[in-house]
Write a new protein. Sequence first.
Lengths: 163, 554
Amino acid sequence: MTLVTPRAEAEHDFDALFRAHASEVYRTLYAFTAGRRGIAEEATAEAFARAVAHAKRIRDPLAWIYRTAFRVAAAELKHERREPPEAEDPRADDRPGLVPLVDALRELSPNQRAAVVLRYEADLPVDEVARRMGINAATVRVHLHRGRTRLREILGAEETDDA
Amino acid sequence: MPERWEHELKKLREVERPSTLEDRVAEGPHPHHEPGRPTRERVAAAVVAFAVCAAVGVFGYRTLSNDDVDGGSNVATGVPSGDETLVLELATSLGQPSATLLYGDERQEGVFESTNWCPNGVTVPDAECSSSIADFAFFPPVNAFLVVPPGTPIELTGNGSVAAWQIKGAADGHTVDGSESGETPLAHVPGVDGRYAINVGAHWALGDANVWFGVQVLSSESAAPDVLTVDCSLGLAQTDTSVVRTQSNGLAIQVVNDTGSSDLEVQQDDGDTIAIRQPNAHNGAEFVYGVAPGSFAIGCGRNVSRDATVPFELVDPDDNYASWDLACGDLPQTSFTSTVPASHPHDLAISELLWGLAPDDRIRGAGYAADMWRLGPTYVVQRNRESVVRVVLGEEGETWSGTFQACDGTGITLSEKIVTTGGGGSGPTGSAPSGPTSATGVTAVTDTPLPSTLVVRCEGLGSAVDSTTVLLQVDGLHIDATNVADAFEVRVEDADGLVPGGEIVFERANERATLDIPSGTYWVGCENGMLIDTWAGHVEAPDSYIQIDVLPSG
């Protein structure tokens, strides 16, 4: 039996893709995992590595990398819930200014974190967020609504001067 | 100006990717991230197994189609009865070899790995023979397994004989038993519970063939696993058991998929009814569904053809499920009111409402424990594990009201100890069971006013409402939500999956809220919000939501 997989129409330049998007993917995964740098790095790297390995089967590499990274990270988070690491503070090597944000993100579900970061940190439109998360736009809007609500509760809704 | 939370979020831009990231990418994919390794091990095992079996028959070079590989599609599974013989029938049908396993009423057609067939006989000069060989993608090459008790004897029938045989563990391909010469007869299945692949080198006067069958040895229903693992990695469903036990809240399914995610579909035994449709099932996802015990087939994808599904039986040896359906079929229901205080727990209230219970009768929540609220608090009386009375409770002010149905001849009626409210209703609706009626304290109520509050209960993985129609109040939709399980929040979604009134997050077991939404149709569900893979809106998971109509007041 042969798996039927879509064939890419053109070769992808993964070096350029990595240079352009690796930081953005990593930041999203950092948020998705609520500051677990190790998982974020490993999921990002694994996703890019798999993309290179399966290059000819991938039609939309960036979305594919995001979805793969989310899956790898989700599996690691699930594994971590079953077998918690030994006393590793995920915020230990964060900049002090990030601690309130990381603490707040931990109060959101992983999907809420991903949606909020892609929409409001990466400034992507909802449809693009949906494409990268592999879910539909209506679901993204729900995650955004809930994520915003929760962040407002935790971090505050007052306006600030600097963007 | 951005809000503070947006400002904080922008700080993520300070996060820089680790300098080691590029080196790690250069290392390539790491195997420990690939949850499908067991699948690959099975495929590898298949290669080994086929190499061993090559000595059994004479192979040609035609590759069978996928349909051939799927095999075993006519198999129905069941729970072993313990007094049958497993019949291996090696016959010829329409001039071709035929291999079938039969156990009671169950039947499994063998999957041919290879054949060498000479219609005019193998011994005639210049015999015209045809050969075939399959190229299986996974091991074992069957996806359905006859369920038999340990040590079930095997009886050979037909005009063929067994020239060689092997029994292999289906999970890992290790050889459990066998005879390359056929001197030791294939006499019985293994005595230990598990799934096995039986490989038979069959011989007929006109040729020979290498055939595979699947059996699952199961000593009792209680020995079946309580989680069904379905592997969608290859696009076709592969399961780890043909019999699965209920959990306390239903059928538990775990998903394996190392090639992405796909929909899951569970079909009723009739093949036409979809019992469960689970979109976007990722690797590692776990689901529980409150489906009644019975026969099903599971497939990967949407609108899966029956041939691409794998049958399984959901059994209930632990008696987790109490059927909603009365043993005597549908009956008209009698509505009633009572003065049993609503503060009385349901089971106590039911015992006060009913009269004539036999000593061994059991009052139980209908369905699974987590399901009993879907139509309101619903209880059944079980006699010999059959539901013979059904009562659906509803609050009428400070007392219990509801509906009552009872099979004829049970002797169970509404209690005459109950003093009714309602001031002489219009008499029983439908054919009320014999027993006390208006004169003795129970009256029928035919025009129940629409509730002004939506009562929601989050139980197990499901949600339930007391009424699917509710009146909008001047300040919005009133909701009374109770968290009986581990729900994170209640969601009232509109048709687009949005939550126009905002979520009701559980800070305590009971939350009362007013949602500022217009009248219309909505979908109500409970979410366990902190677990990825379990969340979906009504668009993605319609079975997890209840559709309600919010009507304008007045």
